[in-house]
Design a protein around this ligand. Structure first.
Ligand code: SD4
Length: 335
C-alpha cells in the first residue's frame, strides 16, 4: 500500500482512488446551488461517494454526512476510524463521533466501545434524547437500548500494532498518518470530518474517529466535542477538524472557524485565521503537531488550512471520479 507521504509526493491517484486536483486551489468555488460534500483526508473520496448517493437522490445533508461517516467507520483499511481503529495504551479501542445540522441540533458519543457505527449512535443521541453527549458505558448502554449490536471491534492488525507499540510505549503523535500496511508503523491519528450542503441549501456535518492511538484510557479528543471538532450554523457555514484534538479543544477550533466566516471571511481565510490563532497562543507547542481545518460555507464554497504540510481533503460535486477530487491544503509551517 502507498503511504500518505508517497501519495502526496506524486500526482497519482491510485492510492486514494480519486483525482488530485492538478494545481490544487486553497479554495474551491461552488457550482450554482448544486449540492456538495467535502471530507478530510484521502479516504474522504470514499466517504464523499457514499454521501453523494443521498445528495443525488435529493436527500438531506444530515443523511448524507451520516452515510459518509458510516462508510469510513466500516472501511477495513483505516486504522484511525471505526472498526479498524487503533486502541488506547491499554489495548482498548474506543470511538468518538459527533453529528450536527444547520439548526443547531447535535449529538455525540465519546469513548464508546464495541459499537461499529458511533456516528449513528450520535444521531440517536441527537434525535431520541434531551442530551448532546453520552460517554463510555452509558453511551454503549444507550446504543444497545436503541437496537445497536455489541461487536468486538479490535482487529488482529490493530492488536499487533499495539503490541509492537508497547515495546517502547512512547506516545508521540505523528504529524500526518501513514497507512502502509506495516504493523507498528501505521498512523496514530486521522479522522473523518465530513460536511455537506444539500439541494435545499441545508448544511450538516459529521466527525468520526478512533482518536489518537495509544492515548491514555479515558482520553477524549475534539471529534465528539461540538465546537472543537465539528460545528455547523445554517446561517453561516460548517467546519470540521483533524489532527491533535487537544489543540482544537483549547481553541474551540471548529466554532472559531465558523465565527470567522460569520465575520465575512471565506472558508479558506477562516481556517487560516483559526490556525494562526493556535500558533499565536502556543507558538512552540504548535510546531510539532498537525492541526487541520476544513470549512464549507452556506454558498457551497470550500476552504482548508493546516499547521503542517500534508493535509488533503476531498470535494465532491457528482457521482463520477472527476467530480470527486482531492485538494492539497495550504499550511502554515509547510512549504
Ligand atoms: C483526536 N482529532 O482524537 C482526533 C484525531 C485526529 O488526525 O483527527 N487525528 O484528537
Amino acid at each position: 500500500m502507498t503511504t500518505r507521504r508517497t501519495f502526496l509526493g506524486t500526482t497519482l491517484l491510485a492510492a486514494a482512488g480519486g483525482t488530485l486536483a492538478a494545481k490544487a486551489p486553497s479554495e474551491v468555488r461552488p457550482r450554482g446551488n448544486a449540492p456538495r460534500v467535502v471530507s478530510t483526508w484521502d479516504f474522504g473520496i470514499g466517504a464523499n461517494a457514499a454521501a453523494w448517493k443521498t445528495l443525488a437522490a435529493q436527500g438531506s445533508a444530515l443523511d448524507a454526512v451520516e452515510a459518509g461517516a458510516r462508510w469510513a467507520e466500516a472501511d477495513l483499511c483505516n486504522s484511525t476510524v471505526g472498526r479498524c481503529g487503533y486502541p488506547d495504551r491499554d489495548g482498548v479501542l474506543t470511538l468518538d463521533a459527533s453529528i450536527m445540522d444547520g439548526d443547531g441540533r447535535c449529538g455525540a458519543v465519546a469513548a464508546i466501545e464495541d459499537i461499529a457505527h458511533p456516528i449513528s449512535v450520535a444521531r440517536k443521541v441527537m434525535e431520541a434524547t434531551p442530551h448532546v453527549l453520552l460517554v463510555g458505558q452509558g453511551a454503549q448502554d444507550f446504543a444497545i437500548s436503541q437496537g445497536f449490536k455489541k461487536t468486538p471491534l479490535l482487529t488482529d492488525d490493530a492488536r499487533k500494532a499495539w503490541q509492537e507499540w508497547r515495546k517502547t510505549s512512547n506516545y508521540a503523535p505523528r504529524v500526518n498518518a501513514e497507512r502502509d500496511g506495516k504493523p507498528g508503523d501505521k498512523s496514530n491519528h486521522d479522522t473523518l470530518g465530513i460536511l455537506a450542503i444539500d439541494a435545499h441549501g441545508r448544511l450538516a456535518g459529521a466527525c468520526t474517529t478512533s482518536g489518537m492511538a495509544w492515548k491514555l484510557r479515558g482520553r477524549v479528543g475534539d471529534s465528539p466535542i461540538v465546537g472543537a471538532g465539528l460545528y455547523v450554523d445554517g446561517d453561516v457555514g460548517a467546519a470540521t477538524a483533524s489532527g491533535v484534538g487537544e489543540e482544537m479543544i483549547r481553541s474551540a477550533g471548529a466554532f472559531l472557524v465558523v465565527e470567522f466566516m460569520r465575520q465575512g471571511k471565506s472558508p479558506a481565510a477562516a481556517c487560516r485565521a483559526a490556525i494562526d490563532r493556535i500558533v499565536a497562543k502556543r507558538p512552540q507547542a504548535s510546531k510539532g503537531v498537525q492541526v487541520c481545518f476544513l470549512a464549507l460555507n452556506k454558498l457551497g464554497e470550500v476552504g482548508a488550512c493546516a499547521l503542517q504540510d500534508g493535509f488533503v481533503y476531498a470535494v465532491c460535486d457528482g457521482a463520477d471520479a472527476e467530480s470527486n477530487v482531492l485538494t492539497k491544503s495550504t499550511s502554515v509551517y509547510g512549504a
